[in-house]
Structures are given as structure tokens and as C-alpha cells.
Design a protein around this ligand. Structure first.
Ligand SMILES: *[C@@H]1O[C@H](CO)[C@@H](O)[C@H](O)[C@H]1NC(C)=O
Ligand SMILES: *[C@@H]1O[C@H](CO)[C@@H](O)[C@H](O)[C@H]1NC(C)=O
Ligand SMILES: *[C@@H]1O[C@H](CO)[C@@H](O)[C@H](O)[C@H]1NC(C)=O
Ligand SMILES: *[C@@H]1O[C@H](CO)[C@@H](O)[C@H](O)[C@H]1NC(C)=O
Ligand SMILES: *[C@@H]1O[C@H](CO)[C@@H](O)[C@H](O)[C@H]1NC(C)=O
Ligand SMILES: *[C@@H]1O[C@H](CO)[C@@H](O)[C@H](O)[C@H]1NC(C)=O
Ligand SMILES: *[C@@H]1O[C@H](CO)[C@@H](O)[C@H](O)[C@H]1NC(C)=O
Ligand SMILES: *[C@@H]1O[C@H](CO)[C@@H](O)[C@H](O)[C@H]1NC(C)=O
Ligand SMILES: *[C@@H]1O[C@H](CO)[C@@H](O)[C@H](O)[C@H]1NC(C)=O
Ligand SMILES: *[C@@H]1O[C@H](CO)[C@@H](O)[C@H](O)[C@H]1NC(C)=O
Ligand SMILES: *[C@@H]1O[C@H](CO)[C@@H](O)[C@H](O)[C@H]1NC(C)=O
Length: 870
């Protein structure tokens, strides 16, 4: 491999070189990652995987070396219809697998739905809705022939509110995100499509995630950002939701662009071999993010299983794998068992979810809306029907409307809501209207025009339609006999003032804030937000309207918190709602909430702070390590979002994590705790079996030549074949000839039985199964003391009691429908993991000796009930 590959692999080499180069800027030695080898092979007896393993074993045992390589290597950017595909196995009747975006629908297709964002479904705090959304997205993906849907997202978790892709994920809380991951994964996979938990891990900002991208906005860095995360923070915060994903049986995981401790996430053996595959016992496959692979043999032994989209950089026509992987196995650099394990993991994930290799055809093309065109888009070869325009939406519009309404948080209400046949409604703001360019006017939603219902980047889908708030509210007004006018501009001062100053006006102001992925710059925002204020003069608009109208209602569509500081407590602002990123039914959903058809019960999945600084951590916008990898030290540890606000400052919070109002009222009483009879924690012991191999292969290079007589060579297509029997020329790598001993770390090729980690799960994916034992069951009574039926979200928090522990941490919740006057019992559970800290010395979860307290309340700061844990 290249010299760069060498130094990336040996974290220390790079760390030392980097430190010398940059001593002036970054004073301390750079963080490094400990090597962990060999890469764990599949466990034939893992819970939920045994049948899939057996099926995969019989399939992979029939595969040739070339076929195995074909299955692991993408065929190149634009080589087939989906955003990523691997080689087919025609001899065994397996068509090319389709990997496709996104976490909220199908990217770049038509006749599909545009679902609410992950963050918006998180705000429902409703497991059932999370599952149903996943299932519906899975059904749509299946209908287009997608095999792996690239979501859901737990990285970013949301360390910084400015982070461009936070909205794709759930919340800056590991428990809420973990539940969002688990329900979404079960939904997608029950519909017959493999889910992909991404981006593993520490992918908290867009800036500097890719070198060429950073050059595009003026920074010449040699390596990508390094997220430097200590072991305790890794376990207690960032890895937690991925553990839930693995436990839910997720079939694939995507490793991220940036480095962790100065080692690329897609070749970091500590991350992939140790944490993911050994400790969490992940049995599925790891695919690279698109161009996040930087080495061939090194990434293979570090735990990568699939190269996406297969070429080294888009459209180079060459690959770190493909022919290079064929050669690396033939010349003994990458052990045969490692390639077999890659193939096993991919096939087992497929069998686990589909049971069959008889896959329906892919019937759309990401690259064009045309019906006919080149199936090999990059090569402009193979003209045929490539889009069948299959309508996969079913009745998902109703579900989308329900999720977005149930995900709308009522932050403030002094009595103006719900609306009841108001005399006159004046709707103000660009965000209430349609975009003059249509809902899909900007590619990958890379602009902010008209109402905002999703962010930008690869995490998007085309809208089949977008109901604007203006359209839906007007329709409702007509039905009620309400007078209705709207001014769909943020800058029409005179007209707005004249309108909202009139007697009897209910002014509803729509404002927004957008963000997205780093390859698109919108209004000076390189993916990450450059500020936390509203866009397009929104702040001034709210201030002005509320100075003219004493009944001003504010609706915010945004990718996370915005600063409300200057106006939230103005008495003329009678209500504030956060409607997240609602998807295609936006207007209908907000109308349902404003008029009380849906009684709000959503809870803010993040904190609304008074200033940008009040959040603590922020995006790194300028490189801090010369031309070397920018260094982002996660020095705040687990203290992000409410954990940070609770620790440092009680006054800088406007609306806390978990806050949300209803049109009725609830009372909390009668907290009780029951301790279960759980056995002592037993660390996992024992060893794995020896690494198995499946099938033999010839070492005659003649057998690996491109079969010219069978099919033509497609331009820029990545194949497993060699062009010549001279390995050096076939590889075209100037460093060809280095042996495993020369450049792989110790133990990288060992196939001996390996000791099991004490924290690992044995046969149970997700870590030691006793971590999930329920230790305490907490109950409380919730009474609806108002006059309308409503839903309440009781939240169970715990204090672990130690000096380094957050004041409280969310551990469980429920969303309960309660009739007026009715009392219902909330039940929350605390598992062993919920009560533990990660002990870096023991390398396991340990329950500290500090006294522990449980709280049940309506938000992270309204903890109505409290009980000591016996
Ligand atoms: C990163 O470095 C910290 C500090 O040495 C260490 O605790 C942590 O385990 C390392 N993480 C990885 C993934 O290498
Ligand atoms: C590899 O995949 C390509 C299509 O992606 C297919 O044409 C070729 O036959 C496959 N090779 C083998 C050995 O299966
Ligand atoms: C895709 O569309 C074609 C043509 O309508 C159809 O034959 C095929 O079954 C569809 N595939 C899936 C996965 O629905
Ligand atoms: C970027 O920096 C490298 C050395 O660090 C240098 O070789 C290269 O020319 C620079 N590129 C640009 C566009 O400045
Ligand atoms: C093999 O990988 C090297 C980079 O390590 C690359 O330069 C070369 O083009 C690759 N060969 C093929 C055939 O893709
Ligand atoms: C084996 O092949 C790999 C991939 O092309 C190459 O990097 C490595 O140097 C080769 N090693 C030997 C000993 O030929
Ligand atoms: C807000 O009011 C001020 C003062 O009347 C005016 O200068 C400004 O243009 C107004 N802005 C908006 C967005 O209405
Ligand atoms: C409308 O405004 C007038 C004048 O301020 C007031 O007398 C009347 O009560 C209002 N009606 C309603 C329905 O708000
Ligand atoms: C914050 O960024 C948005 C989007 O680029 C912009 O519209 C707004 O004016 C900025 N706010 C401030 C205070 O500069
Ligand atoms: C509230 O609105 C009235 C107009 O109805 C205006 O006179 C008053 O100044 C506003 N108050 C504030 C605090 O903006
Ligand atoms: C292999 O041969 C094909 C067909 O001649 C050519 O297009 C391609 O660039 C060659 N690849 C390498 C790595 O030499």
C-alpha cells in the first residue's frame, strides 16, 4: 500500500510525525489509537444470527475467490443504478446488491415518500411511531429493489448544535437515540431490507471530514479531522446507541470519514475489531462511507468488510480492493479467512433479512429521472429502461402526517392555542409558503426556499408533494369561515405591519434554520451551521410582528435549537412551536396541532440555550494543527447538551431537554420501586473457535484474468479480476511486494482461537447480556387533571451519584394516552447498564458505590417524583 497507508495503520508513526510538525499549534502529543488484531470472525451461534449463518455458510462455501472479492467491493461511483452496488455472483444467481440513501426515504428517486427527519420522530418519544416509520421506509426501499437502506444515524449524536447532520439522527442523548436506532432498525429489517447504523463513530461535524472537500472551501489539510475521544466517554455516550443497534440485529454498519485518535475510522482496529466486533459482538458487515477507505490490506485486517462505492476516489477506475484484494489474498497479505469472513457477514446479513438470494430487480436509477438511459451511468453504456417509476408510497402520507404532528413540540402557550374558529388569521413568513422552484428545486435540497421540511445532503429524498402551512391553514380557515391572509415574505415590512396590526388578528409567523452535509454550501454554511440564529431575517421578523400584534404565534422549522433569547418571553408571543423537519405533510401536521386535532405531547430532543456559548462544545471551523489533521478533543466528556447545562449553569436554559406542553394538564404521584432478583455480574470468559475458511482457491494467476470472451470491460468499472499475470503490473501499486510481516501490525493475520472480552456478550450481540438485566422497576401514577384527552411522556432519569456523573441522565420513558380524570400507571425500567459506569481500568461496566436516585418527571428539569434506589 501507499506510504500514507503505512503511517495511518501505525497510529504512532503518524502521531509522532504530526506532533513534531505542529508543535507550535497543538502543544501536546497527538492522541493515538491502540492496535487490536486479529479481526473477529463470525460466531456461528450468535442470538438471532444462527440460521442466517448456516445459510451463509452453505452459500459462501460454493463461492470462488473472485466471487468473494466481487461481493466485498463496490463497482464504482455511478457504475450501476444505486448510490452504491457491489459485484454480482451470476453463477450462483445473486444479482448485484444495492446500497442506497437515505435515513428519511429514498434519495433521488420518484413516487416515494418524504418522511419526517430522525430528530423529528425522536421528538415524539413514541417507540411505536419510530418502528412504523422504519417499517414504511423499509417497504418503500424494498419496492424499488434496494437491499441496504443507509440509515438510521447515531453519529452525529449531536455534540454541537451547529453540527450539520444532527437532524438525520435522533438526539444528543444516548438513550433516546439508542431507542430510535433500535426501533427504526427493527422496522426497516422487518420489511425485508438491511438497515445500516451510521456513521461509526465520532462524526460530529462536517468541517474537515474529507480532504478534497476542505480544499474546496480553502483549507489545505493533509488528513481529515481527528475526533479524540476517551474510552469512558466513548462507552457512556457515543458507543451506547450503536450497542442498541447491534442488539436490535442491525445487518450493517457504516464507518465514518474522519479519524478517531488520528487513525481513520474505516481502518481503526480499536474501533472496528475491538469495540464493534469483539465487545459488541456485531455479526453483520462494516461498509465504508463513500471514499472513507484509505488503504487496502490495512483496512481489511482492521475490520472493514465492504468498500463503498469501490473506487479509491469517485471515478478513478481503480480500487484499494477489487483486483488488489484478490492479489492480497493470493500473496498471503490478507488471510483467506478474513475475506471469507467478509463474505459471510454480507451474506448472513442478507439471509437474516431476506431469507433468499432471489432478489427482485432494481427498478430506479439514482442518476437520472429519465425512463431510458445508460444503466452504467458513469460509463454511459448499456442503454435500456432504467427507471420504472414504481409508486411505492402506499398510504404512508397518513403516517407521515401523524408523526410530524405528534413530533411537534409546544414550547410555550399562554392560552391562544388550540385555535377555535378564530375570526382572522394572518400567516407571515417565507417558511409558510412554497418555493417558487418547486419542492425539489435544489439538488439534494441544497437551498432554503419556502417552507423547510428537510435538511440538505445525502440524507434526503425527493418530495412527491409538499403541503405548505399556507395551503393547509387556508383550507382550514375556509372551512371554519375564518378570514385568512398570508404574506409569504420575511421582508415585506409595510404590508406585514398593516395586516397584523388589524383588530382580531391571530398572527402566525413561520421561521426556520437549515443545515446539511458538507459537500454543499448554502448561504455560507459548509454543512455545519455558522450560527444558531434564525435564517433570512427570521429574528427581526418575529420581533417586528410581535411588536405589532398582541397575539403572535411562532412556528419554527429547524435542524436543532435556535436562539429565542430576545423574544421568547414577550407577552405578545402567546405560543411557540417547534415543528422540526416534518416531511411532505408539513402543513397538514401543523394545522392538526394548532387546531387541537392532535393534542401536542412531543418533547424537545435537545436543550434550547440562551447563547451559542452556553452549549460548551462547538464546531471546529479552522484547522488547528497546521496542515496536519485538525484535532478535535472531546474534553467535555459525557457533558453535552443537558448534561452540560445541568453541570455548569442553571440560568442559560430557555427550554430544557424533554420539555413540551399539552392542551391538558397532568399530575404525577405515587412513585414506587421494585428491585428484581438479578444474579451477580459474571464477566464473559472463554475463547472463540479458530478462524474458519470456506472453500479452496487456486494460486495460478491465469485463473484470475479478466474473462474477455465472456463480457466487455465497462469503463471505470471495478472488477475483482487481474489485467495481467504479472502481479506488480496488475496491482499498479508502486509499493507492490511488501509482505504482511513488513507492513501489517502484529497478530493481524492470526487465526488462532481468541480470548473473549469480559464485557462482551458471548453469543449475545450488544455486549454482556447481563448488562440488560432489569435491576429496578419504577412505577408512578399519572393523572389527566384537565378537560381534554391527552398524551403524556413520563421520563425516568437516574443520578448515579458520583462526583463525575451528570446530575441526571435519561434512562426510560413512555408516551401514554390518558382520558380526562383518568389515572394511569407509568412503568420505567433500569437495567444494569443504566446504573453502571465504564471502568477504564477493569475494561467493563461497573456499578459504583455511590447512592443512586431515580426521578420520574415531565422533563429533564421538571422531576416531579424522586426515590432512592435500595
Ligand atoms: C483514544 O485515546 C484515549 C486516550 O488515550 C483512549 O482512552 C481511547 O480508548 C482511545 N480511543 C480509540 C478508539 O483509540
Ligand atoms: C462480478 O460482478 C460483475 C457485475 O457486477 C459480473 O459481471 C461478474 O461476472 C462478476 N464476477 C464474478 C466472478 O462473479
Ligand atoms: C420494479 O419494477 C418492475 C417493473 O414494473 C417490476 O417488474 C419489478 O417487480 C419491480 N421490482 C420491485 C422490487 O418491485
Ligand atoms: C497542500 O499542501 C501540500 C503539502 O502539505 C502541498 O504539497 C500542496 O501543493 C498544497 N496544495 C495546495 C492546493 O496548496
Ligand atoms: C491498488 O491500490 C493502489 C493504492 O493502494 C492503487 O494505486 C492501484 O491503482 C490499485 N490497483 C487497482 C488495480 O485497482
Ligand atoms: C500483495 O498484494 C497487495 C495488494 O496489491 C500488495 O499491497 C502487497 O504489497 C502484495 N504483497 C506481496 C508480498 O506481494
Ligand atoms: C422591522 O422593523 C424595522 C423598524 O420598523 C424595519 O426597519 C425592518 O425593516 C423591519 N424588518 C422586518 C423583517 O419586518
Ligand atoms: C374584534 O376586535 C374588536 C375591536 O377590538 C373587539 O371589540 C371584538 O371583541 C373582537 N372580536 C373578537 C372575536 O375577537
Ligand atoms: C446566521 O446564518 C443565517 C444563514 O446563513 C443567516 O441568514 C443569518 O443572517 C445569520 N445570522 C446572523 C446573526 O448573522
Ligand atoms: C404588544 O402588541 C401591542 C399591539 O397590539 C403593542 O402596542 C405593544 O407594544 C406590544 N408589546 C410588546 C412587548 O411588544
Ligand atoms: C485493465 O484493463 C482495462 C481494459 O483494457 C483498462 O480499461 C483498465 O484501465 C486496466 N486496469 C488497470 C488497473 O490496469
Amino acid at each position: 500500500m501507499k506510504a500514507a497507508a503505512l503511517s495511518c495503520l501505525f497510529g504512532s508513526t503518524l502521531a509522532v510525525a504530526g506532533a513534531i510538525e505542529s508543535r507550535k499549534v497543538h502543544q501536546k502529543p497527538l492522541a493515538r489509537s491502540e492496535p487490536f488484531y486479529p479481526s473477529p470472525w463470525m460466531n456461528p451461534n450468535a442470538d438471532g444470527w444462527a440460521e442466517a449463518y448456516a445459510q451463509a455458510k452453505s452459500f459462501v462455501s460454493q463461492m470462488t475467490l473472485l466471487e468473494k472479492v466481487n461481493l466485498t467491493t463496490g463497482v464504482g461511483w455511478g457504475a450501476e443504478q444505486c448510490v452504491g452496488q457491489v459485484g454480482a455472483i451470476p453463477r450462483l444467481g445473486l444479482r448485484s446488491l444495492c446500497m442506497h440513501d437515505s435515513p428519511l426515504g429514498i434519495r433521488g428517486a420518484d413516487y416515494n415518500s418524504a418522511f419526517p427527519s430522525g430528530q423529528t420522530v425522536a421528538a415524539t418519544w413514541d417507540r411505536g411511531l419510530m418502528y412504523r416509520r422504519g417499517y414504511a421506509m423499509g417497504q418503500e426501499a424494498k419496492g424499488k429493489g434496494i437491499n441496504v437502506l443507509l440509515g438510521p444515524v447515531a453519529g452525529p449524536l449531536g455534540r454541537m448544535p451547529e453540527g450539520g447532520r444532527n437532524w438525520e439522527g435522533f438526539a444528543p442523548d444516548p438513550v433516546l437515540t439508542g431507542i430510535g436506532m433500535s426501533e427504526t432498525i427493527k422496522g426497516i429489517q422487518d420489511a425485508g431490507v438491511i438497515a445500516c447504523a451510521k456513521h461509526f463513530i465520532g462524526n460530529e461535524q462536517e468541517h474537515f471530514r474529507q480532504v478534497p472537500e476542505a480544499q474546496g472551501y480553502g483549507y489545505n489539510i493533509s488528513e481529515t479531522l481527528s475526533s479524540n475521544i476517551d474510552d469512558k466517554t466513548m462507552h457512556e455516550l457515543y458507543l451506547w446507541p450503536f450497542a442498541d443497534a447491534v442488539r436490535a440485529g442491525v445487518g450493517s454498519v457504516m464507518c465514518s470519514y474522519q479519524q478517531v485518535n488520528n487513525s481513520y475510522a474505516c481502518q481503526n482496529s480499536k474501533l472496528l475489531n475491538d469495540l464493534l466486533k469483539n465487545e459488541l459482538g456485531f455479526q453483520g458487515f462494516v461498509m465504508s462511507d463513500w471514499q472513507a477507505q484509505h488503504t487496502g490490506a490495512a483496512s481489511a485486517v482492521a475490520g472493514l468488510d465492504m468498500s463503498m462505492p469501490g473506487d479509491t476516489q469517485f471515478n478513478t477506475g481503480v480500487s484499494f480492493w477489487g483486483a488488489n484484494l484478490t492479489l492480497a489474498v493470493l500473496n498471503g497479505t490478507v488471510p483467506a479467512y478474513r475475506l471469507d469472513d467478509m463474505a459471510m457477514r454480507i451474506m448472513a446479513a442478507l439471509f437474516k433479512v431476506t431469507k433468499t438470494t432471489d432478489l427482485e430487480p432494481i427498478n430506479f436509477s439514482f442518476w437520472t429521472d429519465d425512463t431510458y438511459g445508460p444503466i452504467h451511468w458513469a460509463a454511459k453504456q448499456g442503454y435500456q429502461e432504467i427507471n420504472s417509476h414504481v409508486d411505492v408510497r402506499a398510504d404512508h402520507g397518513n403516517l407521515i402526517r401523524e408523526i410530524a404532528a405528534k413530533g411537534t413540540v409546544l414550547l410555550k402557550n399562554t392560552g391562544s392555542l388550540p385555535l377555535n374558529k378564530p375570526k382572522f388569521v394572518a400567516v407571515i413568513g417565507e417558511d409558510a409558503g412554497s418555493s417558487p422552484n418547486g419542492p425539489n428545486g435544489c439538488s439534494d435540497r441544497g437551498c432554503n426556499e419556502g417552507t423547510l421540511a428537510m435538511g440538505w445532503g445525502s440524507g434526503t429524498a425527493n418530495y412527491p408533494y409538499l403541503v405548505s402551512p399556507d395551503a393547509a391553514l387556508q383550507a382550514r380557515a375556509i372551512q371554519d369561515g375564518t378570514r385568512y391572509e398570508s404574506v409569504l415574505s420575511n421582508y415585506a415590512e409595510e404590508k406585514t405591519k398593516a395586516l397584523v396590526s388589524q383588530a382580531n388578528a391571530t398572527a402566525i409567523v413561520f421561521v426556520n434554520a437549515d443545515s446539511g452535509e458538507g459537500y454543499i454550501n448554502v448561504d455560507g454554511n459548509e454543512g455545519d451551521r455558522k450560527n444558531l440564529t434564525l435564517w433570512n431575517n427570521g429574528d427581526t421578523l418575529v420581533k417586528n410582528v410581535s411588536s405589532w400584534c398582541s397575539n403572535t404565534i411562532v412556528v419554527i422549522h429547524s435542524v436543532g435549537p435556535v436562539l429565542l433569547t430576545d423574544w421568547y418571553d414577550n407577552p405578545n408571543i402567546t405560543a411557540i412551536l417547534w415543528a422540526g423537519l416534518p416531511g411532505q405533510e408539513s402543513g397538514n401536521s401543523i394545522t392538526d396541532v394548532l387546531y387541537g386535532k392532535v393534542n401536542p405531547a412531543a418533547r424537545s430532543p435537545f436543550t434550547w440555550g440562551k447563547t451559542r456559548e452556553s452549549y460548551g462544545a462547538d464546531v471546529l471551523y479552522k484547522p488547528n494543527n497546521g496542515n496536519g489533521a485538525p484535532q478535535q478533543d472531546f474534553t467535555e466528556g459525557v457533558f453535552i447538551d443537558y448534561r452540560y447545562f445541568d453541570k455548569v449553569d442553571d440560568d442559560s436554559v430557555i427550554y430544557e431537554f424533554g420539555h413540551g406542553l399539552s392542551y391538558t394538564t397532568f399530575e404525577y404521584s405515587n412513585i414506587r420501586v421494585v428491585k428484581s432478583n438479578v444474579s451477580e455480574y459474571r464477566p464473559t470468559t472463554g475463547t472463540t473457535a479458530q478462524a474458519p475458511t470456506f472453500g479452496n482457491f487456486s494460486t495460478d494467476l491465469e485463473d484470475y484474468l479478466f474473462p474477455k470472451d465472456e463480457f466487455p470491460y465497462i469503463y471505470q468499472y471495478i472488477y475483482p479480476y487481474l489485467n495481467t499475470t504479472d502481479p506488480r503490473r496488475a496491482s499498479a501499486d508502486p509499493h507492490y511486494g511488501q509482505t504482511a510481516e513488513e507492513f501489517l501490525p502484529p497478530h493481524a493475520t492470526d487465526d488462532d482461537p481468541q480470548p473473549l472480552l469480559r464485557s462482551s456478550g458471548g453469543n449475545s450481540p450488544g455486549g454482556n447480556r447481563q448488562l440488560y438485566d432489569i435491576v429496578y422497576t419504577i412505577t408512578a401514577d399519572i393523572t389527566n387533571t384537565g378537560s381534554v384527552v391527552g398524551e403524556e411522556v413520563p421520563q425516568l432519569y437516574v443520578s448515579l451519584g458520583g462526583p463525575e456523573d451528570p446530575k441526571v441522565q435519561l434512562r426510560d420513558f413512555d408516551r401514554m394516552r390518558i382520558e380526562p380524570g383518568e389515572t394511569r400507571q407509568f412503568t420505567g425500567r433500569l437495567t444494569r447498564r443504566d446504573l453502571s459506569n465504564w471502568d477504564v481500568t477493569v475494561q467493563d461496566w461497573v456499578i459504583s458505590r455511590y447512592p443512586k436516585t431515580a426521578y420520574v418527571g415531565r422533563s429533564s428539569r421538571k422531576l416531579d417524583l424522586k426515590i432512592e434506589l435500595p
